[in-house]
Write a protein that binds this ligand. Structure first.
Ligand code: KIV
Length: 271
């Protein structure tokens, strides 16, 4: 249970450690980072997983959505982060339309792992054939279900997904398919807490939530949100970790502590 609570900052985490954390009942703590300074800070505070998310399009580049982010943007920011990290496991997003075909997914995942130094790639939606193919080639995969920001032009807004029973059943079925295709992690974004709890319970792989309740195996948030750097909308799961602390590093330590201790997310942060 307390296997990783006092992290050994000199030992790099692997996908096997993350699976072991789920088995041991230890919450996996994840934040986004896009550069070396924050990558190093997150690493030394014992954040388990760093996501180089395509959210960088919004919080770094000032874009309206994640859609304009390119593979080369992702490679650049990923490289900045992976140069700085020693322990944290690094996952990079495959950006919009970069996995439209198996060939594109293969080429772009290779860029993120080889040039970016990422250890895993994340892709949005239940693209089972693509996941299976990448896994066969040795690319560790993180699935992403629920709210899919790359689909914003179809969705028309950032809303909770899975409230209606048919949508919830489909998401549960997709989660199983993503696991069966060989994914090692799954992110659930803006999903009712009861549905996310069921998915986390039924899946063997770790399920990391963002706005998906307290019963996921871990939590992820956008770094700039926990630091209360105002970038616009504040969803229900928003929490300002700068409150009552004297530094950014303390805020990140607070976030880690609250995730590990099951104090974040509280009921008011859940759907
Ligand atoms: O891009 C990102 O930061 C993400 C998280 C919100 C899960 O995908």
């Amino acid at each position: 249970m307390t296997l990783y609570t006092t992290p050994n900052l000199n030992k790099a985490l692997s996908v096997v450690d993350l699976a072991e954390m789920k088995r041991a009942g230890e919450k996996i703590c994840c934040l986004t980072a896009y550069d070396a300074s924050f990558g190093a800070l997150l690493d030394r505070t014992g954040i388990d997983l760093i996501l180089v998310g395509d959210s960088l399009g919004m919080v770094v580049q000032g874009q309206e959505s994640t859609v304009p982010v390119s593979v080369e943007d992702m490679v650049y920011h990923c490289r900045c982060v992976t140069r700085a990290r020693k322990r944290a496991f690094v996952v990079a997003d495959l950006p919009f339309m970069s996995y439209a075909t198996v060939e594109m997914a293969a080429q772009n995942a290779a860029r993120l792992l080889q040039a970016g130094g990422a250890q895993m790639v994340k892709l949005e939606g239940a693209h089972i054939e693509i996941i299976r193919f990448l896994v066969e080639q040795g690319v560790p995969i993180c699935g992403h279900l629920g709210l899919l920001p790359q689909f914003i032009n179809q969705l028309g807004g950032y809303r909770v997904q899975g409230k209606q029973p048919q949508v919830a059943e489909q998401m549960l079925a997709d989660a199983h398919k993503v696991e069966q295709a060989g994914a090692s992690l799954l992110v659930l974004e803006c999903v009712p807490a009861t549905l996310a709890a069921r998915i986390a319970r039924e899946l063997t792989i770790p399920v990391i939530g963002i706005g998906a309740g307290a019963d996921c195996d871990g939590q992820v948030l956008v770094l700039y949100d926990i630091l209360n750097i105002d970038v616009g909308r504040k969803p229900r799961f928003f929490k300002n970790f700068m409150t009552g602390v004297g530094s950014i590093e303390e805020a990140v330590r607070q976030y880690r502590h609250q995730v590990k201790a099951g104090m974040y997310p509280a009921p008011e942060h859940c759907y």
